[in-house]
Design a protein around this ligand. Sequence first.
Ligand SMILES: [Zn+2]
Length: 408
Amino acid sequence: MRIALYLSIVLSCISISLSAQEPQKSSLILMFIGDVMGHGGQVRAAFDENTKTYSYDSTFSRIAPAFALTDLAIANLEVTLAGEPYSGYPQFSSPDALADGLKTAGIDALVTANNHSVDRGKNGIIRTIDVLNNRGIPFAGTYKDKANRDSTYPLLIEQNGIRVALLNYTYGTNGIPVPSPTIVNLIDTAQIRTDYQKAKAMQVDEVIAFLHWGNEYQRTPSLEQMKLTAFMHNLGLRIVIGSHPHVLQRMEASMDTDSTEGRVAVYSLGNFVSNQRSRYQNGGAMALIRLEKDEKSTRIAHTGHILVWVHLPKREGRKIYQVLPVSQYEQISEYFSIDDEALFTEFAADSRKLYGRENYNFPEIHYRNGQWQVPWIRIDQELQIPQRINRIVPWRKKVTHPKLSFKF
Ligand SMILES: [Zn+2]
C-alpha cells in the first residue's frame, strides 16, 4: 500500500514535469521526386479519342497515395508546357493536362530549371510559367525576367510552422541560349552563394537546393556533383537533391544529433515518369526527409526512400503509362505480364543492389500489410477510401493543406 502510494506520487510528479517541460515541436515531411518527362508515347497515351482531351490521371493514380504521406512533394518538370503542337524528344512540349495530373495526384511544387527549359524558346518558358501560375502550382527555376526572379526567388514555403527555401539550378540548356529577358537558373557557385544568403535573410529554417546535373546514364555521381555538394554543404545549405542522369545515384544523410550535424545529398532520383525503357532507366526513387523543429533548432531527423517503376501495359489495345510504388506492387505479381514482371523485378533488384551498397542512412520504406511501414510517416486512417480508383490498390485521398502558404 505504501509502495503503491509512493509510486503514484512519483508517477504523478513525472507526468507533471514531462508536461511542463515538453518543448513545442513541429515537423515537416518533404518528398523529392525525379524527372517528369513527356516523350511522344506519353503524350499519345494521355489522349482520349472519345473526348478529344488529354488526361494523366491514370498515369499517377497508383502512386498518388504515397504523396499523401508527406507535407510537401516536389518534382522536376522536365518538359515545357508550350501549347500545341505537342512534342516529345528532343524538344518537349506536353499538354497542360500534365500539370493538372501532377497537382491532382498530390505533387505540391515543381522545379523547372533543366536542360529542356528552353526547348520551345522564350514563349515556351513564359507559357509554362503562366500555366503553373494559373493552376496555383508553386515552382522555382525559370522566370519571365529579372524582376520576376527577384520577387519570387528563392521559393519560400511555410507549413507546420517550418519555413523552407527552395533553390533550383541546371548545368545547361542543351546548347540553346536562354532568350532575353527570360531566365533559367544556371549552376554558378557565386550565384548559389548569393541566393543562399538571400534565403537565409528571409528567416528560413532550412534551405534546399534541387540541382539538374551529372552525367546521363551514369549510376555514380561525377566529381563535379560531389564538389558542388561539398560547396553547398560548406555554405550551410544542408539539403542537396539531384536529378537528370535518368538513372539512380546514391543517397547520403547524416541526422542532427548531439554528435553529428544533419546533411543530405541525393545525387540522382532517376525517372519518375518517362518512356525510357532501358535497364536502370525505367524507374526512379522518391526521397523523404523529416524535419523537426523546436524552440532551439530545426533538425534533419529521418530520411528514407520509395522506389517507383513505370509500367507500360496495354489496356483495350492501347498502351498506357502507370507509375507504381515498387514495394507495393511486388506483392501483386499477377498484376504484371511475364515480360513486364521480369523488367519490374530487374529494376527493383538493380536499385536495391546499388542502394544497399552505396546509400548511407537512406533506407527503403516498404509497403506491407496495407500500409507504409515507417513510424515517422503520418498515417491518417481517416483518409483511406478503399477501391475508389481501381480494384487492386486502396486509394488514399490527398491530404489538403489548409495552412500551406507560399510567400516570397
Ligand atoms: Zn535532364
